[in-house]
Design a binder for this molecule. Structure first.
Ligand code: ADP
Ligand code: MG
Length: 387
């Protein structure tokens, strides 16, 4: 195994990131805290990560010159953007260590390949059918209805999904999605949702964060709660074991998030994976002794991965652009952060996006407290202040 890439003061040891969104920004913050320099590739001149990075290459993800410049500047490269073209990672991997590998990202980008991987790992997922052709559509088993038709690629925050009750609705939905490759999943009775974030090194060493309990609103993560007893202990153990086997099966290097459904009967079903730090892991910045971004840095440079410790019961509230708008208003107004920050244990994270839009992730509020009850009380007060 290769020697770790240490932050050498005389050399400006630079870490590269494909993608300049909020995940890239928080990665850049973690890398810079440890003394690394950073280079972000993102075409948007005002991208959240580009604006805080030492270097910002403003080209398309497939621009050969942009990628060559990123490789020239960087000792190692990672991605924060799930839909980064696999060819871009492959071009970079020819000359630089890249984590995660293009092969793992390619599986996470395609719901059909992702589900086949879960089956191969022996981790239960929702019953499903791949729909690439009219013949596959016609052959769909009745038992998968009602279901959710999801585009195999490029879906996020509930986009690219249609809920269907009947075969007629299914046919219409696939036509509506322009007959792109899809997966039809059986609609499952969800009791709750949770996720597990693991970090795995090139040597196979792996650590994990505790199980996160997640609440979604309209397909978008709204709240994450992490503390002892947030989920039954046996279920939490099962989720950690499943996340670890999914990562091992991918020979994964870096931070990986595995999302799960808890069904009404108490059983656990894997939903999807994200080959990067994840929204449900943002609490780790304030609630743990190492954040998911710290571990992404360590994994990609070959530094030791040590098991992170949750030091405080934590709740994360996602801050969507809607908070900037009173009902019916068109003009964005800054929410009363002063009143939110008057509450104990509140940590405001804003991503530096230039304009607030409804359903856009603008930031998050981490709440840490001595007890779960105290964290919940502050979360309720913060929600009341934000209206
Ligand atoms: P995205 O990539 O947009 O996050 P997901 O597949 O995670 O898409 O779906 C978004 C949300 O929709 C999930 O978090 C869950 O609340 C709900 N959902 C997705 N699939 C199912 C299913 N098979 N049964 C019930 N609810 C589902
Ligand atoms: Mg999801």
């Amino acid at each position: 195994s290769r020697a770790p890439l240490l932050p050498a003061v005389q050399a400006e040891t630079t870490l590269g990131v494909l993608g300049g969104g909020q995940l890239g920004r928080m990665f850049v913050h973690a890398a810079q805290q440890m003394g690394y320099f950073t280079a972000v590739l993102d075409p948007d001149p005002s991208s959240p990560a580009g604006r805080v990075s030492h270097h910002h290459i403003q080209t398309d993800y497939l621009d050969p010159q942009g990628l060559a410049e990123l490789a020239r500047l960087s000792c190692a490269v990672t991605t924060e953007f799930e839909n980064v073209p696999a060819q871009a990672l492959e071009q970079l991997a020819a000359t630089r260590p890249v984590a995660p590998a293009a092969s793992a990202v390619a599986i996470a980008q395609d719901r059909a390949r992702e589900k086949a991987h879960f089956v191969a790992c022996g981790v239960p997922c929702a019953p499903y059918a791949v729909i690439d052709t009219p013949a596959q559509l016609a052959a769909v088993d009745e038992s998968l209805l009602p279901g959710i038709l999801k585009t195999a690629r490029l879906g996020y925050d509930g986009k690219g999904q249609v809920r269907v009750k009947t075969r007629e609705e299914l046919n219409a939905a696939w036509a509506g999605l322009k007959q792109v490759p899809c997966v039809l999943e059986k609609m499952l009775p969800l009791a709750s949702e949770c996720s597990v974030i693991v970090a795995r090194g090139a040597d196979g060493a792996m650590v994990n964060f505790p199980v996160q309990r997640n609440l979604h609103r309209e397909g978008i993560l709204a709240v994450t709660e992490v503390f002892e007893g947030n989920l039954p202990a046996a279920l939490a153990e099962q989720a950690v074991a499943a996340a670890r086997s999914v990562a091992t099966g991918l020979d994964y290097v870096g931070v990986l998030c595995v999302e799960f459904f808890v069904l009404a009967d108490g059983s656990l079903v894997v939903n999807e994976i994200a080959p990067r730090p994840h929204n449900s892991g943002h609490y780790t910045i304030d609630g743990c002794d190492l954040s998911q971004f710290d571990l992404q840095v360590r994994a990609m440079v070959g530094l030791p991965l040590v098991q992170p410790r949750l030091h405080s019961p934590s709740i994360m509230l996602n801050l969507l652009g809607d908070l900037w708008f009173a009902p019916g208003a068109n003009e964005a107004v800054t929410p009363p952060w002063d009143r939110v920050l008057a509450l104990p244990g509140t940590h405001l994270h804003l991503y530096g996006k230039l304009d607030a839009k409804r359903a856009r992730k603008m930031g998050h509020l981490n709440i840490t407290a001595a007890t779960p009850e105290a964290a919940r009380a502050v979360a309720l007060q913060a929600a009341a202040v934000l209206g």
